[in-house]
Design a protein around this ligand. Structure first.
Ligand SMILES: [Zn+2]
Length: 123
């Protein structure tokens, strides 16, 4: 599965979720259709939890259309932490980090090995 882009509406929604969760983190799964990220799936019990990454792993659906994950960094750092890099490979291949102050450019995508990855915003 190659992800080429993300729906603009989805990106706006993710940034809004970041704002609403602030100062807590939120974490969710991202689904794709035809190589475009187009849906966010919140998993019960994961919002604003300190160890949401491990909890999310336990609740991962068996679903080939899961592209990866999204989570927020309330400190505004748009880079994966060491913990992020160890959890990325368990939840898919593409991972979004959105950061304070959650403006439309305050996000990055990374592949499961923690390397930056370009995504086109579509729609
Ligand atoms: Zn993180």
């Amino acid at each position: 599965m190659i992800i080429r882009g993300i729906q603009k509406d989805l990106l706006c929604l993710l940034l809004q979720m970041g704002r609403e969760s602030h100062p807590n983190e939120f974490v969710a799964l991202i689904r794709e259709r035809d190589g475009i990220m187009d849906e966010v799936n919140l998993l019960p019990g994961t919002v604003g939890r300190e160890d949401s990454a491990s909890l999310m792993y336990d609740m991962m659906p068996l679903d080939t259309h899961v592209a990866g994950s999204v989570h927020s960094h309330p400190n505004g750092v748009l880079l994966p932490s060491d913990a992020d890099v160890s959890f990325f490979p368990r939840t898919g291949r593409y991972h979004l980090i959105i950061g304070y102050p959650y403006r439309k450019q305050d996000w990055r995508c990374f592949t499961a090995d923690g390397k930056p990855c370009k995504l086109e915003v579509v729609g």
